[in-house]
Design a binder for this molecule. Structure first.
Ligand SMILES: [Zn+2]
Length: 370
């Protein structure tokens, strides 16, 4: 009896928590790195959006400004996961890969300056006051792209991290996942509930069962526009400890003006628990679920100071929590700082949902019941 969980290797007193943003896009408008504004400061309710998916209001800021904006908000792990069809500020959506392979194979890495890796060649080019070298600001930058794979008859998004794959080539999701695995990358499924009409729980289950490289499911996207917790609970219940699925969360920020109820910056994120801020440590934490997710809403999601796990109970220390729910197989079975083994002995897993003010919510990864 007891629990199997991803925090076993975490030394809470020694590991540091790192805010990670792994789902972002190049700014479509002018954004400011030195404010906490969610989007361009424009009253946008009726601003037309052109067919590039951009508010035709202001010149687009460089990707470096976006990275700096996240760094200023406290993030230390960052990936610019531009769509596979958006290259050099031009949208080629629905253009078959074979029509322009040289262009479409490009990724947005390195940002801006395509002749050098900004993490390795700091300051090689003046960038009009926007220069930003992640490494010099203690930020770990990961290469990534929001790719698309063919799944259940439609093209669906897939985030590839730590790979230089720039396009899914309209191939099957499985083929794309194999390409990412061959590069030792990491794959995450963004906003799964966007595809609710075409993809069943069973389809996702098969995908996770077949491809180890697929590590995470986005349970919060942006302002929680595509909630993924119900699907996550179903998959955790069906797959169990043999095939863990880690929750991830991302802003899906485009630096675009939006109505006030659609703000995205600094809403949804992953918190990684790391012994050091290195690519290896980040990769390890992503693969093994040494993390939790946060949805801020209009407030601040509570941080977790530590989680104590014994054979008999799990106890969460989150001082800013207003309420802690324990969820097993999708149902809330208890509230309070801890859950005892007897409460969950017959459940496949239990996880903590740690509430803050307003809609703010922090979710731990699952603790599988043995
Ligand atoms: Zn996206």
């Amino acid at each position: 009896m007891g629990f199997v969980h991803p925090y076993e290797a975490v030394e809470w007193a020694e590991h540091s928590r790192h805010l990670a943003q792994l789902h972002t896009h190049e700014p479509r408008n002018t954004i400011r790195a030195d404010t906490n504004d969610h989007e361009p400061a424009i009253d946008v309710e009726r601003v037309p959006i052109d067919d590039l998916g951009k508010n035709n209001l202001s010149p687009a800021s460089r990707p470096e400004v976006l990275a700096r904006k996240y760094r200023n908000a406290g993030y230390t792990v960052f990936a610019l996961t531009e769509h596979e069809y958006y290259v050099d500020r031009t949208k080629h959506k629905d253009v078959p890969y074979e029509e322009m392979p040289d262009v479409l194979a490009e990724t947005s890495w390195p940002w801006g300056d395509r002749d050098g890796d900004p993490t390795e060649q700091p300051g090689t080019e003046p960038l009009d006051g926007t220069e930003f070298d992640p490494a010099q600001r203690d930020m770990l930058a990961l290469q990534g792209t929001e790719l698309r794979g063919r799944f259940q008859g439609t093209l669906q998004d897939l985030i590839g991290l730590d790979t230089d794959i720039g396009h899914g080539r309209q191939e099957s999701m499985g083929t794309l996942l194999e390409r990412i695995a061959a590069q030792d990358g990491i794959a995450l499924l963004p906003h799964p509930s966007k595809y609710r009409d075409t993809v069943s729980v069973g389809d996702y289950r098969s995908l996770f069962e077949s491809f180890d490289v697929l590590r995470g499911l986005e349970i919060f996207n942006a302002h929680d526009r595509y909630p993924g917790r119900t699907l996550w609970d179903r998959l955790l219940t069906e797959l169990g400890a043999d095939r863990p699925i880690w929750a991830v969360a991302g802003d899906d920020y485009h630096g675009r003006a939006r109505p006030s109820d659609g703000k995205r910056f600094d809403r949804s994120r992953l918190v990684l628990l790391l012994p050091a801020l290195t690519r290896e440590a980040v990769s390890d934490a992503l693969r093994h679920g040494r993390s939790y997710v946060q949805y801020n809403g209009d407030a601040h999601a509570p941080f977790v100071e530590s989680i104590q796990v014994t054979e008999r109970a799990i106890t969460v220390d989150a001082p800013a929590a207003t309420r802690i729910e324990w969820i097993a197989a999708g149902e809330t079975i208890k509230t309070g700082d801890n859950v005892e083994y007897e409460h969950v002995a017959d459940e496949p897993y239990v996880r903590a949902a740690i509430h803050g003010d307003g809609d703010a919510l922090t979710c731990t990864q699952p603790f599988y019941v043995e």
